[in-house]
Design a protein around this ligand. Sequence first.
Ligand SMILES: *Cc1c(COP(=O)(O)O)cnc(C)c1O
Length: 380
Amino acid sequence: MIYADNAATTRISDRAFEQMLPFLHEQYGNASSQYSLGIKARRAVEKARRQFAASIGANPSEITFTSGGSEANSWVLRCIAETYLNDSIHIITSTIEHHSVLNACHALKQSGAFEVTFLPVDNTGRVSVEDVKAAIRDNTKLVSIMFANNEIGTIQPIAEIGRILCECGILFHTDAVQAVGHIPVSVSDLQVDFLTASAHKFNGPKGVGMLYKRSGLELPPLIFGGEQERGLRAGTENVAGIVAAGYAIEESIAKMDESTQKLTEMVYLTVKGILTRLPAARLNGDFENRLPGIINFSFDGASGGSLMHLLDLKGICVSTSSACNSGQDTPSHVLLALGLTEEQAKSAIRISYGRYNTVDQVEAIISAVCEAYEKILSHH
Ligand SMILES: *Cc1c(COP(=O)(O)O)cnc(C)c1O
């Protein structure tokens, strides 16, 4: 099998897996318990918090563990809005956000209590800093723009947007799920107030997310209950998952340079191979401001779903744009936002490489894509 869908999820690293196991078994203490079994669990959770905080240049007290990236995103959008329920505030986001941000914004807008602006992107998938500036109103309280897109890999000008919003005193959240562990991320350089990450996107376990909240800011809890996570996110901690996430981020940071070099080469070879052998293919997204591992192609006259299934028969895992859309016959909102037609958007597949891919897999992928495409065309 060749797994080339690392933007959907990644395989947990051996080290993170090993560190996780004892906490699922003999070290099963509740991190809130005051005897040694519980204290050991608490220490392990706090170590992971320090490991994660260090990876984004934050203070450990600014990190809250959640059940994933979707929870952290929903939390910021819904609970900031709730704080200003009576002030009819304005929120700015983009049209290419992950559905956890986008659907939260749609719900807020539909409630009638909030104004939301969905900023467009250019044909490479970039939000314009000028557009952000122009969209700011007197009652704008929150801007949420993703760091890097999960379908096309485009990286947004977060630091520039952060500078402007900081001057205006507007809260700034970024969904950095695809960036953290893959490219350098520093909360102080970016001047963000809130930042979302998720462990299963950087070779950690599923079901563990992190929300960075700049110290001093208020955010009401999403989940009420006990005093876990300083009362911000109640519920018994997922100790094993959190411990593994801490090791996973440490390892991702340590291996980042090496990994980037390999991924860049793999992406270069894949793009060159596919575009030379299939002139009807087009690369979606940006050539420059992009994550090292994600590429997205449209194939004129084919369906992305059929391509994906034919590749699956050969043991190759890729996706039709985003895992969240798969199974549905709706074209990707991201590709439509780039200006693709519905048909072009439905003909897309995303290849996303990760730590466990090797350069010698590229040729197999290119050949399989070419064969699948030709097979589909020959059936027309
Ligand atoms: C995967 C992903 C999420 C959701 O994270 P989960 O931990 O799976 O809930 C949010 N945003 C982006 C950009 C993602 O790629």
